[in-house]
Design a binder for this molecule. Sequence first.
Ligand SMILES: C[S@@+](CC[C@H](N)C(=O)[O-])C[C@H]1O[C@@H](n2cnc3c(N)ncnc32)[C@H](O)[C@@H]1O
Length: 259
Amino acid sequence: MPINFHNVENRFSYSNRQVDPEWIKNILAIANPQGKQVLDIGCGGGLYTRVWAQLGASNVLGIDFSEVMIQTARDLSANIPNISFSVGDATLTGLDDKLADIIFERALIHHVSDISSCLNEAFRLLKTGGIYIVQDRTPDDIVPPASEEHIRGYFFEKFPHLLEFEHKRRPHLNKVKEELIKSGFSDIRTFSFWETRKIYPSMADLTTDLRERKGRSILHEINDIQLENLITYISSSIRSKETIIEKDRWTIWTALKSP
Ligand SMILES: C[S@@+](CC[C@H](N)C(=O)[O-])C[C@H]1O[C@@H](n2cnc3c(N)ncnc32)[C@H](O)[C@@H]1O
C-alpha cells in the first residue's frame, strides 16, 4: 500500500528533524541562492524550503499536492517573510512559465509515476540559465550494508522483500539523466553523498522514531508485529547504547536550462 501523504496523521512526517550541515555544504557548492527565486516542489512540511530561505533566497515557494503537508509547512514557517506555500501537482503546477532560478525536488521523483512529466514541468518553470536540483535515492544508494549509521540497511537484512519493493520504486541514475536530456536540460551532473537523517541520544529514541515512522517511509509495508521484530533486531545489532547518527546515501542530479 503506498504512503498516504494526504492523511492528517502524517502531517509532521517530513518536518520533525534538523537538516544536516553536510546537505547545506553540498547545495552551496552547486548553487548560490542569494537573491534568487527558488521553488521547492514536493516540499512536504517545508523543512528544506525553510533552509533555502535562510540561505538567502529572495523568495522560496514550496509546492506539494497534499493540503495536509502544505498546512503543516505554513504553520511551521509562519514568521519567515520570504517563504510561501501552495498546493499543486509536480507534473502540472499551474504556475507561470520561467519563474524560478532554482528548482529543488527532494525525495519526490520516486513517488511520481511519470517522471518525464515532472521534469518537463520543471523545465517549463525554470528561467533560462536556471538550475534544476533533484535529490533521491537510486537502487545503488539503498544497498550499502547495515551499520550503526546505515540503520535502513537493517530493514532489508530482516525483511528482504522490502529491498525488492525499494528496487522497483527507486529511479536509476542513468534513466533520470536520459529523461533530463529528453526534457531539454544540459550540463547534467551527478554525485552521491551521505546525509544525516537524524541524531538519537539513545537507542530508546531511535526505537520511538522507528515506531513513529510506521505510517510513512518504507515501514508502511510491514505490519505492527513485524515492526516490533525489526526494532528488536536493530537493538540487538547495534552495540552502541549512546548517540546514534543515522545516515542515508543520496544521489543529486543537477541540470541547466541553457540559453
Ligand atoms: C518523501 S516526502 C519529501 C518531502 C520533502 N521534500 C523532504 O525531503 O523532506 C515526498 C513529498 O512529495 C509530495 N508529493 C508526492 N507526489 C507529489 C506530486 N505528484 N506532486 C506534488 N507533491 C507530491 C508528498 O505529498 C510528500 O510531501
